[in-house]
Design a protein around this ligand. Structure first.
Ligand code: SAH
Length: 213
């Protein structure tokens, strides 16, 4: 696993591309500058690792496009020591961004192969999420709730109720909602009963799948 000055240069360029596309949070841009994305993807794609593109990973899943990761991270407004729940660990790249933002991260993945490989890989890179869980993100993580922020990184056909209920008052749930394409949807919990909803444009995600039978 090599990270070189050339990779660093490409990451700086990628951060500039994201800036041009409207990412203004310097902490998020610094996370993009720090994380060796080329190590999160198959080596056959290495030369493209710092283009603003999604790539296939194992189990027919994808590593999200850097713009999408940056947009979600910026919109969540992660603060140091925020307790954050991620649904869809995948390659672990978004997890790494959350950790660079100094969040306390819990992340759930339903594909066992990805759960296993990404757990090992993040450890190797010295990224330390609080917990990686093999399980079904539709249920959230009731034992660890409530969370300051919840981020869903797969396209959800509907908004799972447990995720809303596991949010602190003042907390944010960011979830792409839709079947073929998704509308990035932000919920801010105003009180126990009230949620403010914002729709933030179209994105494309792999589907959030219901539990395997
Ligand atoms: N954050 C990831 C994105 C991976 S794509 C990254 O940066 O690489 C979405 C991930 O969500 C896939 O790994 C998929 O297996 C996972 N997923 C889909 N449905 C899920 C569910 N119900 N619970 C948990 N994870 C799920």
């Amino acid at each position: 696993m090599r990270d070189t000055a050339k990779h660093q240069g490409l990451r700086n360029q990628l951060a500039n591309v994201l800036k041009d596309k409207g990412i203004i949070d310097e902490k998020v841009l610094n996370a993009i500058r720090n994380i060796p994305r080329h190590l999160f993807i198959d080596s056959s794609f290495e030369s493209h690792a710092y283009q603003d593109k999604a790539f296939p990973i194992a189990a027919e899943q994808t590593i999200s496009q850097p713009y999408t990761v940056a947009f979600q991270s910026q919109t969540l407004q992660v603060k140091p020591s925020d307790k954050v729940l991620e649904i869809g660990t995948g390659s672990g790249y978004q997890t790494a961004v959350l950790l660079e933002l100094k969040a306390i991260v819990y992340s759930i993945e339903r594909q066992h192969e990805l759960f296993k490989n990404t757990s090992r890989f993040l450890r190797k890179l010295n990224y330390r999420p609080k917990k990686l869980i093999f399980g079904d993100g539709y249920k959230g993580l009731p034992d660890e709730a409530p969370f300051d922020k919840i981020i869903v990184t797969a396209g959800a056909p509907f908004v799972p109720k447990p995720l809303l209920s596991q949010l602190k008052v003042g907390g944010r749930l960011l979830i792409p909602v839709g079947e073929t394409k998704q509308i990035m949807t932000l919920f801010i919990r105003k009180s126990i009963k009230e949620f403010e909803k914002h729709e933030l444009g179209d994105f494309a995600f792999v589907p959030m799948l219901e539990e395997k039978n």
